[in-house]
Design a protein around this ligand. Structure first.
Ligand code: UVW
Length: 317
């Protein structure tokens, strides 16, 4: 692997959408998802078939997380044992109830990243100063994304099936050219403003092989090239959704840099990233009926000043 150069140097001539939607914009390429795009998504609904894309939080199999994050902890606060105790609260009529709470990384499960979630050179999406992240995101948090919601036409690109595998390998990369070839094989055309939903089946390998497959640095995924970034820009892609933890080959094998696409796509173009989705029932259905387009909807939680939010996206075919 070559020595890593800085993101600033690597992306110095890369396209940018800063300022395109005004100096106060915090939702970036989601601006492409106009009401017309919602109707285009609805046009791909023919069966009324619903697929939820969130992974189970506190899955007994385990929760895949980025290094440094921990799986969510759910704690029971009130259950039937509480009501047996002498100092249990009393409610008229003999009411008992259960309560619990969750202590979770906002990016520790299926999630939307806020546009300000990553940066380099001291500047976030739209040129906001990185100091605006201190103590909470004053700019480009997940809140404005949650306020507007995400609805449009989704296209599933099943890269695992396209490569003839159950799941892609550790560090296996693909490009926009591969996405186009995959779409062609699936008999679907990627259109401008489509929400790209890419399946690698990473989670199968993660659960089968654990740390030997995922060490935080070598997921299967898209790999940076200037042409790929330009393609996202030309296609005005609003949202990139995958079943991996980082949506890209975490360490770029060509330059040793971490999370290049987080920066080239999210920080610079304002493309929102949605990570750790469960695409398995959607993929099985699409392989069965050869329909790879759907109405994609997602409502991240409205968390004030947050860098991301859990979400349960829904695909309707
Ligand atoms: C980081 O970018 C650090 O994490 P994620 O892959 O959750 O966006």
């Amino acid at each position: 692997m070559a020595d890593a150069i800085s993101l600033e140097e690597l992306l110095k001539d890369a396209p940018s959408n800063w300022g395109k939607w005004g100096p106060d914009d915090e939702v970036g390429s989601l601006n492409y998802l106009t009401s017309q795009e919602v109707l285009r998504g609805i046009d791909s609904v023919s069966k009324g078939e619903v697929h939820t894309l969130q992974r189970l939080i506190n899955d007994p199999k385990g929760d895949p997380v980025w290094p440094g994050r921990a799986p969510a902890e759910r704690t029971m606060i009130l259950d039937e044992s509480t009501w047996d105790s002498d100092d249990a609260p009393q409610f008229p009529g003999g009411l008992h109830y259960a309560d619990d709470k969750i202590n979770a990384f906002l990016q520790g499960s299926t999630q939307y990243d806020a546009l300000g979630h990553v940066w380099y050179g001291g500047k976030l999406w739209n040129g906001y100063d990185a100091r605006t992240t201190v103590g909470g995101m004053d700019k480009a948090s997940v809140e404005p994304i949650a306020q507007r919601g995400v609805v449009g036409r989704g296209v599933l690109l099943d890269m695992a099936r396209f490569r003839g595998k159950d799941a892609l390998d550790k560090g296996e990369t693909f490009t926009h050219e591969d996405l186009l070839a995959c779409a062609e094989q699936q008999g679907v055309t990627i259109e401008k403003h489509d929400i790209l939903v890419i399946r690698t089946n990473f989670l199968q390998r993660f659960f089968e092989e654990g740390d030997a497959f995922y060490d935080g640095f070598n997921e299967p995924g898209l790999v940076y090239s200037p042409e790929l970034v330009q393609w996202f820009q030309d296609m005005e892609i609003p949202n990139l959704v995958t079943d991996t933890i980082a949506n890209e080959v975490t360490t770029d094998p060509n330059n040793g840099v971490a999370l290049v696409l987080h920066n080239a796509l999210m920080r610079n173009l304002g493309v929102t990233l949605t990570e750790i989705c469960d695409l398995e029932t959607l993929a099985a259905s699409s392989a069965d009926d050869s329909q790879y387009t759907f109405l994609y909807t997602a409502a991240p939680l409205k968390v004030h000043r947050a860098t991301g939010s859990p979400v349960n996206p829904i695909a309707i075919k």
